[in-house]
Structures are given as structure tokens and as C-alpha cells.
Write a protein that binds this ligand. Structure first.
Ligand code: MGD
Ligand code: MGD
Ligand code: SF4
Ligand code: MO
Length: 694
């Protein structure tokens, strides 16, 4: 272990707060680091991040199941890797290349995500690779591509936020999901700026807002069209901007004509007066930002919903100018980079498209293979999981850095499909709920034990430096992929060395939309990160996109006419309430990591449901009672938390736990037709009180 402090970043969310890791009594502790994203601040998860490095439950050896039904037992790396290679080969001989699939994660570094995509295409020659980011920002990505020709979370650095006069934040609870980011919103307010929050719950973020629009789940698109209707009616549109920098407004104008305010109030539950106030605040401001997160995006119409908000921002002329813009607040540590470099079923590195012949030729040349040998586009995340073990579906799966048994929608079905596989491999830090079902489990290094780059919500490429030696017996995912590729006969195409992988990634991304070719580890260290695109070593990087032109062919942004549609499932007599799901501050995602950290486990110990007191009294439910939630997918048992901060027609369950309180036993896998995002944020549910001793 080094004796000096190592400057690095938090292992969790997309804010990628800077932190120092300081050796102390043979362990590492977290110390504050002044970095532009967090200015020294960290949330409780970040402060406690090192606890997992020497955690007693950490996996330190590969595990194998000799046959279905047998227990997992420890084995050597040789035995584990030989078994995987043999099973994958036998599976592909029997059913073809497409029969093996790969499921990745947005927590992987750029190097590992890139290598995983290459492993799927070159060593397995399968089209079927997708990742948990499909469940995260895919709707915003699809909308950004359609409207601007490019998708990068925020098109500006966080430091621009305080300069916006008005910010519209839709379906985001940043006060809990990225607490240090609130420094920027607080500064904006200090300067007299206004924050408008759209959320069915009065979250800590909504409490910090000037105006809170507490809409019914799944009605954001109607709200956006309603705001645009009012802005057009009250002559708040920026006609010059529409004319000079956009295309397609006429069709949108026709569509929004029927979104008159009292109709939108009936659809959304948001009072007309509040909509008028919001539209006027936005329309009259000289600068404004429109930001979405999962509340607006994780809907079966998530792409159209984001497009509706982009329409609003464009029509008001609040895009492509300083302190203005539409942005998506990305989620996972490398949710952004993870989708740029080839983990997504339809993409190749540098945001290239797998069905574009020129793009294929470029990547094939970098990889030293024939473009004809590159597979085509594979199934999206849920479609991949839904068809596992079926005729035409994958028969063997490699999961790297995702806990789908807890986090995928309709989890009991996903669990059944996992059990129907001939062979499941999981690489993880812990025996997660998904790893527990695997035939082979591979123990992987943690963030502080390896180096690599991450791309945060601003499109800033950051360097995670290695601060300590890996725990004995543990390999990095890059070593795992390289060793497996060698056993499959493709060893010469792979290296496990992060710098060498990054050098190759630079070449692969060169000339693509997400061009990293000018970025080096040294430049990142010198400059607190480099913003992509950065097409040459002399290029300063691009903190601000679209100031002169959009990334479309003619340089203009595109309006898209979009109409409200009902959610995949709306409440009815049998399932009379809305269910929505999301996060709490102290836990991260499936909880595989944070449930193992003492302070975080104690902060929120068990799954719960938020219920409005009026609704609870109707069911004679008191604080702390066990309640049963039932949807068309299944039943979950959780504790009641009474709060007037939620709508009376809506229940909220966080998704951080496995077992009977798993939110995803309930969720609806209705998919957005474009992004294939599942509808985590809206379904119909029935609430029942459980007898005391059940
Ligand atoms: N503590 C913590 N922080 C995290 C994570 C974590 O697991 N825990 N995960 C990281 C990741 S990967 C992500 S993607 C981000 C997510 O960050 P956020 O998007 O902020 O988190 P969520 O809680 O999923 O959803 C945000 C809000 O959407 C609201 N919502 C629900 N339904 C609707 C709706 O129909 N419309 C609107 N407008 N709002 C709705 C919810 O009430 C919730 O307050 O957080 C990142 N940071
Ligand atoms: N109901 C509901 N479900 C949701 C959501 C929601 O809002 N509601 N949100 C969705 C969203 S936005 C997301 S991003 C997903 C996330 O859901 P998951 O993909 O399940 O996310 P994590 O819990 O972060 O899973 C990461 C796993 O990989 C392990 N791990 C961490 N780092 C590494 C590494 O470097 N290598 C390896 N091999 N393993 C590693 C961790 O221990 C953990 O088991 O959940 C989605 N599911
Ligand atoms: S806000 Fe995100 S990156 Fe920052 S300390 Fe918390 S989890 Fe880590
Ligand atoms: Mo996410």
C-alpha cells in the first residue's frame, strides 16, 4: 500500500465526487478532496466507501456449482475459467454464437466497459450484450440523439448551474441521490434564481424548490405539452431562436393546441395556476435549464416525455446558449461512459452504430478483425433477460457488475428465466442475490484496487487511481475477460492493462461522436478531468456543447410532436393505486454494497412503503405496520411509513432490498418502444394491511 494519500473518486454515483484515500493502520480511510463536482463534500455513502474493501463477506475466491442443485464451492481460477470456457463453447456449438449473452453495468470503468463490449463481439461473436444503463438513462439518450444529434448527460459543467435564472427539474430527487450537487442549486437560489420541481412526492429536493408541481405518476408528457401551450398562448416563445436554430416547430404547435390548461390539470393533477406560474417563470427568464432524471424517463413513454420537455426548452429559446440547456442527470458512476463504448446492444465504441457499415469498418480495423465477423445489433436488456433459456433466447449468460435479481423489472420472472439458463456466470464483489444463483462466481477487484477512467454526468472524463493492492485471490474484470478470451482462442486481441486498453479506446473512439482520442491519463490528472469530445491532444475538451450548432446534419435542433398516452397500466377497481419506485439517500441501487456497510444499513434497515396518512387511515394502517402490496406481477411485504409528502393516490417503494420486500416483484416491464426502458416509475397496485404476527 502507498503511504501517501491517493486522489480518486467515489465508487458510487454519477457525480463522481473527488475524494482522497488515506492509509491508516493498514486500511484506507476517506478524506475530503476539493474537486469541481463536489467541492470537498461527500454523502454518507461516499464517506463510508472504504468499509467494503476489507469486508468479511467479500468474495476472495472463485466459486463453482458442480451441477444444478449443488452448493457453490471454492475452486482455483484455473478450474473456474476452464469450466466457463468449456460451457460457453459447448453452448455455442449446440445452439450457435447467439446463444451466449453478456450483461454489463454502468459502474464499470470505461476500460472495462469497452473490453466487455469487445469480448462479446470478438471472443464470443454474439450480438447479445446489453447493460443496466438500459434501465437508467436510455430514454434521455434516445431523446437527446433525436433532438440534438448527440446524447451527453449535461451539455454544460455543473459550475454553470448557479447562472441559470430558472431551473425546471423533472423527476429527480438530487438532494438524496447526489447530495453534494445541492451546493450548485443553493448558490443559484442565493443569486435570486428559481427552482421548479416536478415530483409526485414532496422530496427534500421539492422542499428546496420555489415551486413544486406534484403531478400524478406518468403524466409528465402532458404537463410539458401543457406548459408549452400556455407559453405559446401568452406569447413567451422565442420566435427568432425557433427560426434560426431549430426545425419542426409547426407540427408541435398543432399538437399542443389541444393541451389547454384545465384539460392538462385533469390529466396531471397540477393546478392551472401553478402551470401558468411555471410557464411564466421559464418563459420570462433570460436563462433557464430543463433537467430530467429517472422520474420522467423510467416510463413506457420516457423518450416521448423527454422530447416534450426538449420541445419546451427549444420553443423558449433556452438551449444552446450560456447558462441554458436541456440535460439528463445520469445515474451510475460511469452510466455515461458505459454507454459510449460498446456495452449497449446497438452501439460500438465512440458512440458508433453497430448497423452502420462505415462505423463497423472503423472498429473492425482497430480490433484487427474482418468487419463481416462483427455481429449485428442484439436484444435490449429486458428483452435479453425475458427470453433467457427459451428457444431463440440466450442459454448461457455472463453478468458483470449488475444485480438483476433485485434491480430488473418483474424480478420473479427474471429470476425464473435465470434459473432456466444452462449456465450463469457472475462477476461481483459480493455474493449478491444474482451471484447466489450462478454456476460460477468470480471475485472482482474494487475501485480503489485498480485504475481506470470514468465519465461523470457532465461528460467529464475522470481518473480513478489505484490506492491499494487488490485483496488476495481477487482479479480485475479486465484480467478475467483477457483470461477467458485466451481460453476461447482470442487471447492475442486482448490486454488487461488499463492504460493499454485506454490507448486502444482512444483509437476506437477517434472520429466518433464521443471522441476520446485527445484524452490521456496525464491530461486528466493535470486538468481535473477532460470533457469529451476531445479529438486531439491539443484540443482543450468540450465543457459546453451546442453553443454554435447542434450535432445534427444541418446543425439545427429538431422538435418532435409527442402526445400523452396512458401508462402501461393505470389504476382500476382491482389495483386502485399508483405505485412508483426509487431511492433513499443511504442505499445504492440493489443494495448489494450499501446493505453491507454498517452506518448505511442502520440508517435505513428495511424496505418500506410511503403512504399518505389519509389513505393509511382508510386501511387502518399505522406507522410501522406490515403491509402487502400486490400488482399483476406479484406481491411484496414491506413496512408502512406514513407521510403527508406523497400524493394520496400514490405509493412509493425504494428498490434497494432483495427478498420479500423487493420493489421489483411488483414493477411492470412495459417497455418504451424506442429506448426499451421499462416502466419502473408507474404501475397499478393494491394495498392491504397484514395481520400483526404474519
Ligand atoms: N442514494 C442513492 N443515490 C443514487 C442512486 C441510489 O441508488 N441511491 N443511484 C444512482 C443512479 S444509478 C441513478 S439512475 C440516480 C437516480 O436519481 P433520481 O432520478 O433522482 O432518483 P429516483 O429516486 O429513482 O427518482 C427520482 C424521483 O422521481 C419521482 N417520480 C416517481 N414517479 C414519477 C413520475 O411519474 N414523474 C415524475 N416527475 N417524478 C416521478 C420519485 O418520487 C423520485 O423522487 O441516482 C444515483 N444516485
Ligand atoms: N424498481 C426500480 N428498479 C430499478 C430502478 C428504479 O428506479 N426502480 N432503477 C434502475 C437503475 S436507474 C439502475 S442504474 C439499475 C441498477 O441496478 P444494478 O445493476 O443491480 O446496480 P447495482 O446494485 O449497482 O449492481 C452492481 C453489482 O455489481 C457489483 N459491482 C460493483 N462494482 C463492480 C465492478 O467493478 N465489477 C464487478 N464485477 N462487480 C461490481 C456490486 O457489488 C453489485 O452487486 O437498477 C434499475 N432498477
Ligand atoms: S453523491 Fe454520489 S459520488 Fe458523491 S459521495 Fe455520494 S454516492 Fe459518492
Ligand atoms: Mo441508474
Amino acid at each position: 500500500m502507498n503511504t501517501a494519500a491517493t486522489a480518486t473518486h467515489c465508487p458510487y454515483c454519477a457525480l463522481q465526487c473527488g475524494m482522497n484515500l488515506v492509509p491508516q493502520d493498514g486500511l484506507l480511510t476517506v478524506a475530503s478532496r476539493d474537486f469541481p463536482t463536489n467541492k470537498g463534500g461527500l454523502c454518507q455513502k461516499g464517506w463510508n466507501a472504504t468499509e467494503l474493501l476489507a469486508h468479511p463477506e467479500r468474495l476472495t475466491t472463485p466459486l463453482i456449482r458442480d451441477h444444478k442443485g449443488a452448493d457453490l464451492r471454492p475452486v482455483s481460477w484455473e478450474v473456474a475459467l476452464d469450466r466457463i470456457a468449456q460451457e460457453f463453447q459447448e453452448c455455442q456449438e449446440r445452439y450457435g454464437h447467439d446463444a451466449v449473452g453478456v450483461f454489463g453495468g454502468g459502474g464499470l470503468t470505461n476500460e472495462k466497459a469497452y473490453l466487455l463490449g469487445k469480448f462479446a463481439r470478438v471472443a464470443l461473436r454474439t450480438p447479445h450484450i446489453d447493460y443496466n444503463g438500459r434501465f437508467c438513462m436510455s430514454s434521455a439518450a434516445a431523446a437527446g440523439n433525436k433532438a440534438f444529434g448527440l446524447d451527453r448527460g449535461l451539455p454544460f459543467p455543473l459550475e454553470d448551474i448557479p447562472g441559470a435564472e430558472v431551473i425546471l427539474l423533472i423527476g429527480s430527487n438530487v438532494a438524496e441521490t447526489m447530495p453534494p450537487i445541492m451546493q450548485y442549486f443553493d448558490e443559484q437560489k442565493r443569486r435570486g434564481g428559481k427552482l421548479i420541481v416536478v415530483d409526485p412526492r414532496t422530496t427534500p429536493t421539492a422542499k428546496a424548490a420555489t415551486l413544486h408541481l406534484q403531478n400524478t405518476p406518468g403524466t409528465d408528457l402532458a404537463l410539458a405539452n401543457g406548459l408549452l401551450h400556455i407559453a405559446a398562448r401568452d406569447r413567451l416563445l422565442d420566435k427568432d431562436f425557433i427560426q434560426q436554430r431549430t426545425g419542426g416547430y409547426e407540427e408541435v404547435r398543432r399538437v399542443i393546441a389541444s393541451y389547454w390548461p384545465d384539460r392538462v390539470e385533469r390529466m396531471t393533477g397540477v393546478p392551472v395556476q401553478q402551470m401558468v406560474e411555471a410557464a411564466h417563470l421559464l418563459g420570462k427568464a433570460s436563462t433557464a435549464m430543463v433537467l430530467t432524471a429517472r422520474g420522467a424517463e423510467q416510463q413506457s413513454k420516457g423518450t416521448a416525455t423527454v422530447l416534450a420537455f426538449i420541445n419546451l426548452a427549444l420553443a423558449l429559446g433556452k438551449v444552446g446558449k450560456p447558462h441554458c440547456g436541456y440535460g439528463c442527470i445520469t445515474g451510475q458512476g460511469n452510466g455515461q461512459g458505459g454507454r459510449e463504448h460498446g456495452q449497449k446492444a446497438d452501439q460500438l465504441p465512440g458512440y458508433r452504430k453497430i448497423d452502420n457499415p462505415e462505423h463497423r469498418a472503423h472498429i473492425a480495423a482497430v480490433w484487427g478483425i474482418d468487419a463481416a465477423d462483427l455481429p449485428g445489433s442484439g436484444r435490449s436488456a429486458y428483452e435479453l433477460l425475458d427470453t433467457m433459456g427459451e428457444a431463440g433466447g440466450v442459454r448461457a449468460l455472463l453478468v458483470m457488475a449488475s444485480n438483476i435479481v433485485v434491480s430488473a423489472p418483474r424480478a420473479s420472472h427474471v429470476q425464473e428465466r435465470l434459473d432456466a439458463l444452462d449456465f450463469l456466470v457472475v462477476s461481483d464483489l459480493f455474493l449478491s442475490e444474482t451471484a447466489q444463483r450462478a454456476d460460477v462466481v468470480l471475485p472482482s477487484t474494487q475501485w480503489a484496487e485498480e485504475e481506470g477512467t470514468m465519465t461523470n454526468l457532465e461528460g467529464r472524463v475522470l481518473l480513478r487511481q489505484r490506492a491499494t493492492t487488490p485483496a488476495p485471490g481477487v482479479w480485475s474484470d479486465a484480467q478475467i475477460l483477457t483470461a477467458l478470451a485466451a481460453r476461447l482462442g482470442y487471447g492475442k486481441f486482448f490486454t488487461a492493462e488499463p492504460v493499454a486498453i485506454f490507448e486502444e479506446l482512444r483509437r476506437a473512439s477517434a472520429g466518433g461522436l464521443a471522441d476520446y482520442s485527445g484524452i490521456t491519463y496525464e491530461r486528466i490528472k493535470e486538468k481535473d478531468g477532460v470533457f469529451w469530445p476531445c479529438p486531439s491532444p491539443e484540443h482543450p475538451g468540450t465543457p459546453r456543447l451546442f453553443l454554435d450548432r447542434f450535432a445534427t446534419e444541418d446543425g439545427r435542433a429538431r422538435f418532435h410532436p409527442v402526445r400523452h398516452q396512458a401508462a402501461g397500466e393505470e389504476p382500476d377497481d382491482e389495483y386502485p393505486l399508483y405505485l412508483t419506485t426509487g431511492r433513499v439517500m443511504s442505499h445504492y441501487q440493489s443494495g448489494a454494497q450499501t446493505r453491507r456497510v454498517k452506518a448505511l444499513r442502520e440508517a435505513v434497515r428495511e424496505p418500506f412503503v410511503e403512504i399518505h396518512p389519509t389513505l393509511a387511515s382508510h386501511f387502518e394502517i399505522n406507522e410501522g405496520d406490515s403491509v402487502q402490496l400486490t400488482t399483476r406481477r406479484g406481491t411484496a411485504e414491506v413496512k408502512a411509513r406514513l407521510t403527508a409528502a406523497i400524493r394520496q393516490d400514490t405509493l412509493f417503494v425504494p428498490f434497494h432490498w432483495g427478498g420479500r420486500g423487493r420493489a421489483n416483484l411488483l414493477t411492470n416491464p412495459a417497455l418504451d418502444p424506442t429506448s426499451k426502458m421499462p416502466e419502473f416509475k408507474v404501475c397499478a397496485v393494491r394495498l392491504e394491511k397484514l395481520a400483526r404476527h404474519q
